[in-house]
Design a protein around this ligand. Sequence first.
Ligand code: PSV
Ligand code: MN
Ligand code: MN
Length: 427
Amino acid sequence: MKIEQYQIDQHNDGLLSSHNNQYVYTKELLGEQGIYADEVVKALQDFQVAIPSWALGTGGTRFGRFSGGGEPRSLEEKIEDVGLLHALNRSSGSISLHIPWDIPEQPKETIQLASSLGLTFDAVNSNTFQDQKNQELSYKFGSLSHVDAGVRKQAVNHNIEVIKYGEQLGSKALSVWLSDGSCFPGQSSFVKAFQYTLESLQEIYAALPDDWKVYVEYKAYEPNFYSTVIQDWGSSLLFCQKLGPKADVLVDLGHHLPNANIEQIVATLMMEGRLAGFHFNDSKYGDDDLTVGSIRPYMLFLIFVELVDGMRRANRGSSSYAWMIDASHNVKDPLEDLLQSVEAILISYAEALLVDRKKLEQARSVNDVVLAQQILQNAFRTDVRPLVREAMRQSGGAIDPVGLFRQVGVRSELMNERGKITVATGL
Ligand code: PSV
Ligand code: MN
Ligand code: MN
């Protein structure tokens, strides 16, 4: 299944006049505030969000999984699905693989397929949170932090193997998320678990190619419910500082304790130059992995306000960070869901670009709290969707990606090709 450019053009032609009206209106509105809409559109075009291979199938819960049908059955089909997304929105130009769920058996062919769809390979993810078939030692009681040196070695070797797979595909980073921790008080020593993990990460770090990075992801709890070795941004930063400049902190929006001020975490990490990037998703309760922007869009906007600020301070473009969606759930078509997530990310980014930084600084300097809030909310309450649509249109994508996805019947075509009851590999 492929979406041809002529289908996108035809779709855009039908929407163009109404879109143009909205875009011109928004442009004028912003112009009155001294903002150039064209510059915002250009920044949006440059913002690429990686798609994780495990989000392309219907996720389950521990109570069940309901197949949506037509889900990708192989690495090739996963790449093809990301190709569909990228054709529609031109903002999803890379895929992040999880090893061993996505072993590239024929890397050259895999690269060829990806590049024919305009895709590259984002960070590769290791997996020491599950036991695989024929695995010698179990990760039931941890991996990089395990009390048994043999298990730690096995987990280190797995990470090094993942780097090798990534190198074959042109990836430039390894993402490490550990489920290591304990379920009950007394089960493990916090200090020993930290030190073992550090030693293991140091071995992995030593195996990184020169131009690679390692992203250290933290998570407060789950699957361990008493303690997690890399539980928060502070622990993650501590590991990164001890490892060296090639290690940075990866923030997953769902990995915090309730009410954590994530935008402040982001500001601090950026101030220290240690933010690797993001796993975007949304949540109401915990690591819910819901569609980005579906529950707390204002929080997402506030995070982007800090991201934009941090990028400007560091004089770094958006492409020098790792942006990825890490969402997967039970009830939506996964591809439609990902299109919605990417759109939500771009909307928040666009809103953050509208914030009048000078006025905000002035308001802060005289403690004008009311004005400071107004400045932020003025940006947040501006309807920036015409800017996002224009960015996609100018890049060759669709003005309404979900609309076109449905119009051309992508899902039923995929069901014809792949079958109605499918189980994508991964979570
Ligand atoms: C863990 O909850 C996580 O967010 C990590 O990023 C994993 O790699 C991913 O989900 C898939 O299990
Ligand atoms: Mn994650
Ligand atoms: Mn998660």
